[in-house]
Ligand binder design. Structure first.
Ligand SMILES: Cc1cc2nc3c(=O)[nH]c(=O)nc-3n(C[C@H](O)[C@H](O)[C@H](O)COP(=O)(O)OP(=O)(O)OC[C@H]3O[C@@H](n4cnc5c(N)ncnc54)[C@H](O)[C@@H]3O)c2cc1C
Length: 376
């Protein structure tokens, strides 16, 4: 709960601003400004994470007992807004935001003690092995087999669209441990080492030309049973818990910053001004909703996560479109190092963010989930 008055909030904001002025180097800012995806290259994001970690601010949402700063919801929101306004790189979500809360909730004390400090420091970089060539929206139909052999599972099959698998040293992974009963009933959740023998990562290029995701092949890959999170065949429940963290969050702060930059451009004309103002108003409404979600007011976490995922990604795509319209044909030229960053990234970001309404569960699926949660 927010128990701060205006003076305390201002003091906290000033502390964050002073830190950002001192620690956020021009090179990190430039790296963030030239990123063409929400998944920033680890060479940049891990550098920033290391600086935050020294200050104890790498995981604003984590409880203090696991190494978080112990902030309230207002502090966390102020921190996100200030980082966005200062142009700080975003951190990779797969470890800090996605698997960490799941380890806190379902992990044994040994798993928590092993993995959480390594996520916080950036020593472990994670990727997400959920989707398969035949299992996307219908995730429960996944087929990657994990057969028990002594103290190990032996994995065969493949995962696809695995973001940053070529950078990761760890994967959290859904596997089929039983073919009995409903498809959801035979799934387990494993934590595995990307250096395991028999595991191969093959790149897939996106429409924007980036190498961001991959197909990952498993050929008799052995994973210790001790690396399972939750009970055998109960991985679906664990996965659903994780998806709430993947889909929810703070979409508004970076979008508000991006829109403010566009609104500062000269000579836009009344029609463009009107489009920008409409987006600004809808972002303020989204920000209010995100703050309600953080406080758990008036809805369950899964409902908020799906609603924010739809609002956040569709707003992102509209703003991308506006940025392209502002840059015009110049945006389609191949950028050089001298090209101003806004011009350089407008078209690549537009292309890359087409994926935002697909990843983390497509927006059609989110609308379906919202309808089920509200209408029953
Ligand atoms: C950039 C990017 C990064 C990704 N990163 C990862 C990752 O790191 N790890 C990972 O595991 N996965 C990742 N994914 C995969 C992502 O989760 C899937 O693409 C997504 O769940 C959709 O599955 P699909 O691609 O198989 O599409 P499909 O399920 O085949 O869907 C195709 C179309 O049909 C629609 N559709 C399907 N079923 C329904 C329905 N019941 N009602 C209405 N419409 C429906 C969908 O909305 C979509 O428009 C990533 C995807 C992208 C694009």
């Amino acid at each position: 709960m927010n128990t701060m008055d205006e003076t305390e909030i201002d003091a906290f904001r000033a502390e964050v601003r002073a830190f950002l002025r001192a620690e956020l180097t021009p090179a990190l800012r430039e790296g963030a400004a030239r990123a063409t995806s929400v998944f920033i290259e680890p060479s940049i994001s891990l550098q920033w994470q290391a600086i935050l970690h020294v200050r104890g601010w790498a995981a604003p949402d984590w409880p203090a007992q696991y190494g978080g700063p112990g902030w309230n919801d207002m502090q966390r929101y102020v921190f996100a807004a200030e980082c966005a306004q200062a142009g700080a790189p975003s951190l990779a979500p797969m470890g800090l935001k996605m698997v960490a809360p799941v380890i806190m909730h379902y992990g044994s004390p040994e798993q928590q003690a092993h993995y959480l400090p390594r996520i916080l420091s950036g020593e472990d970089y994670w990727c997400q092995g959920f989707s398969e060539p035949g299992a996307g929206s219908d995730l429960a139909s996944l087929q990657l087999r994990a057969v028990r052999d002594g103290d190990d599972y032996v994995l065969n099959g493949s995962k696809i669209w695995t973001t940053h698998a070529h950078h990761a040293n760890r994967m959290f992974c859904l596997v089929r441990t039983s073919g009995e009963g409903r498809p959801q009933a035979g799934i387990s959740f494993l934590l595995l080492d990307m250096a395991s023998p028999g595991l191969a990562v093959k790149p897939i290029r996106t429409l924007a030309g980036d190498h961001e995701f991959n197909q990952v092949f498993f050929d008799d890959v052995r994973v210790p049973v001790a690396n399972r999170l939750g009970a055998e065949n109960e991985g679906w429940t664990v996965a659903k818990y994780l998806l709430t963290f993947e889909r929810g969050g703070k979409y508004a702060p970076p979008l508000i910053e991006r829109l403010s930059r566009l609104r500062r451009r000269e000579g836009l004309g009344p029609l463009m001004e009107a489009r920008l103002v409409r987006e600004a108003v809808s972002l303020r409404a989204m920000q209010a909703l995100e703050m309600k979600a953080m406080r758990g007011i008036g809805g369950n976490a899964a409902l908020y996560a799906s609603v924010l995922k739809v609002l956040g990604t569709e707003s992102m795509q509209r703003i991308d479109r506006i940025a392209c319209d502002i840059e015009g044909v110049a945006g389609w030229a191949i950028p050089t190092e001298q090209t101003p960053s806004d011009l350089a990234v407008a078209v690549p970001r537009y292309l890359n963010d087409r994926a935002a309404s697909i990843y983390a569960g497509s927006n059609e699926i989110q609308r379906d989930l919202i309808a089920r949660m509200i209408l029953g």
